[in-house]
Design a protein around this ligand. Structure first.
Ligand code: TMP
Ligand code: ASP
Length: 237
C-alpha cells in the first residue's frame, strides 16, 4: 500500500492517506510531549520503538478477539491501519493509583484499586483533556450510548489480557488510556498502545518504566521503553 499525502500531524504521530480510502499509514515520529504539549523533546529511536511495541500489543489483542485498527507493519516507523471515524473520548483504566487520580482525590500513589476504575476524558489539548462522564458524551454528541458501552467492555477486555501479560513479564500495568473509532459500523481500538500512554512499574522494585520517565526527568526514557518491550517479547530488530 502506497503512502500518499499527509492528512494530519499529531504530537507524536503523522497520518497519511493511501490509494485505498479504507486504510491509512501512521508514522511514529521521534517527537514526544507531555502535559498536553507543554513539554516537548525529540528522543532518538522513539518512533521505531513505539511502532514495533504497538504492533506487538495490537497483534496480541487481535488474537484474543479485540477488534483493532492495526493491519501490518509497513516499515520500522510506519504501520498500515484501518481508517477509523475517531470518537473524541479517551478511556482510562487504573489498576493502581497514580498520576491525576492521586492529585484529584488526594489518594496515595501505589494504592491497589479493586475493582479497577474506569474514567472518560475529552480529547482536547486546549482544554487539557478534561474528565467527563457518560452524560456529557451523550448530551454533546461525542459518542452514542452503544459506543460508550462497547468502549467500556473492550477497555476491560484489554485490561484482562494486558494485566496478565505484563505481570507474567515481571511488570505492573498501573494504568492506560485507549482511544476508539468506528470502522464499517464496528467500534475498533485505534491510536496506539505503547509506554507513551500507560504506566508500567517493575513489579519487584516499583521502578517507573513508562512516559513518567520523561514527564519527571528520570532519564533513559527509550532504554526503558525498549526494556519493557523486550521483557514482553517484542522483536526490535
Ligand atoms: P492521568 O493519570 O494523567 O489521568 O493518566 C492516566 C493514564 O492515561 C496514564 O497512563 C497516561 C494516560 N493518558 C494519556 O496517555 N493521554 C491522555 O490524554 C490522558 C488523559 C491519559
Ligand atoms: N499525551 C499528552 C501530551 O502529549 C499528555 C501527557 O502525556 O502528559 O501532552
Amino acid at each position: 500500500m502506497q503512502k500518499l499525502e499527509e492528512l494530519y500531524a499529531g504530537k507524536a504521530k503523522s497520518v497519511y492517506r493511501t490509494e485505498d480510502s479504507r486504510f491509512l499509514v501512521i508514522e511514529f515520529r521521534n517527537d514526544t510531549s507531555a502535559f498536553d504539549g507543554v513539554k516537548k523533546a525529540k528522543l532518538d529511536r522513539k518512533g521505531e520503538v513505539n511502532n514495533k511495541f504497538n504492533a506487538f500489543i495490537m497483534r496480541r489483542l487481535a488474537e484474543q478477539g479485540v477488534p483493532v485498527h492495526f493491519v501490518e507493519l509497513k516499515s520500522a516507523t510506519e504501520s498500515i491501519v484501518k481508517s477509523l471515524n475517531m470518537i473524541p473520548v479517551e478511556c482510562v483504566v487504573r489498576n493502581v493509583a497514580a498520576g491525576s487520580l492521586c492529585k484529584r482525590l488526594g489518594i496515595q500513589e501505589g494504592l491497589e484499586l479493586n475493582p479497577p476504575t474506569f474514567e472518560l476524558f475529552l480529547k482536547n489539548d486546549d482544554l487539557h483533556d478534561p474528565m467527563i462522564n457518560e452524560y456529557h458524551a451523550l448530551s454533546f454528541g461525542w459518542a452514542t450510548a452503544e459506543q460508550l458501552a462497547k468502549m467500556e467492555s473492550l477497555t476491560f477486555q484489554v485490561n484482562a489480557i494486558l494485566k496478565k501479560m505484563f505481570a507474567d513479564a515481571g511488570m505492573t500495568l498501573v494504568d492506560y488510556k485507549l482511544e476508539f473509532g468506528e470502522f464499517e459500523g464496528e467500534v475498533v481500538l485505534g491510536d496506539e498502545f505503547s509506554p507513551d500512554g500507560c504506566r508500567i512499574w517493575d513489579a519487584a522494585t516499583g521502578e517507573k518504566m513508562d512516559k513518567d520517565r520523561f514527564r519527571q526527568d528520570l532519564g533513559n526514557v527509550i532504554e526503558y521503553y525498549q526494556e519493557v518491550g523486550m521483557r514482553l517479547g517484542v522483536d526490535f530488530n
